[in-house]
Write a protein that binds this ligand. Structure first.
Ligand code: VGL
Ligand code: ZN
Length: 202
């Protein structure tokens, strides 16, 4: 049993959003087309309280994309994004949501960031996604969405650690940084993840 995991297809990660990923909008028609090929479609949603500590605005003297130490973890500082209840946190209205059976929110704890749909960045708290997927009989996780080098990558890594077979749908993602994505891609392959394009979907 396989699932399509749609990561963070939210306005703030799309052109015009506060943390826009170049070409992010281009994945939407593709994932809409892919959804009927999966028995189960699940989504993640970045869902930060206002004033989240991953926001550069909470660290005077720092700027967006600076690296800091946050309670012992390396943290990239981001522009304010995906604040609960704002339009930027909503899924794009172009995304077909009718087949999404469950939505897992992340990044809700103010003091810790959460890239993966499975765990926060300190691996302290699970979202319940792994147990949900196992409960549905899923063994294979196909990933798409934004951003390839952050939330899609960290979700894929955790899915591998959780013993799922992982398929990274490369043409259905876009990255924040091209170099960061090349590293992420190599790392996933070294961990046994498969990187493929949607045309190779059987
Ligand atoms: C993401 C940075 C901060 C993502 C979320 O969805 O890739 N990136 N929050
Ligand atoms: Zn975030």
């Amino acid at each position: 049993m396989r699932t399509l995991l749609l990561v963070d297809i939210q306005y703030d990660f799309l052109p015009g959003g506060s943390l826009a990923v170049a070409g992010g909008n281009e994945v939407i028609p593709l994932v809409n087309h892919l959804q009927p090929q999966f028995e189960l479609v699940v989504a993640t949603q970045d869902w930060h309280p206002a004033g989240h500590k991953s926001f550069a605005s909470q660290h005077p003297g720092h700027h967006a994309f600076d690296q800091i130490d946050l309670h012992g973890l390396p943290q990239t500082l981001w522009p304010d994004h995906c604040v609960q209840g704002t339009r930027g946190a909503e899924f794009s209205s172009d995304l077909d949501q009718n087949r999404i059976e469950a939505i897992f929110r992340k990044g809700t704890t103010p003091e810790i960031d959460s890239y993966s749909g499975f765990f926060d960045n300190g691996h302290r708290k699970a979202t319940g996604l792994a147990d949900y997927l196992r409960g549905r009989g899923v063994t294979q996780v196909y990933l798409a969405g934004l951003a390839a080098d952050f939330c899609v990558y960290f979700s894929a890594k955790d899915a591998l650690e959780q013993q799922f077979e992982v398929f990274f749908l490369e043409d259905a993602t876009r990255a924040i940084s091209a170099e960061g994505y090349q590293q992420a891609r190599a790392d996933l392959r070294s961990r046994g993840g498969k990187v493929l394009t949607s045309t190779e979907l059987g």
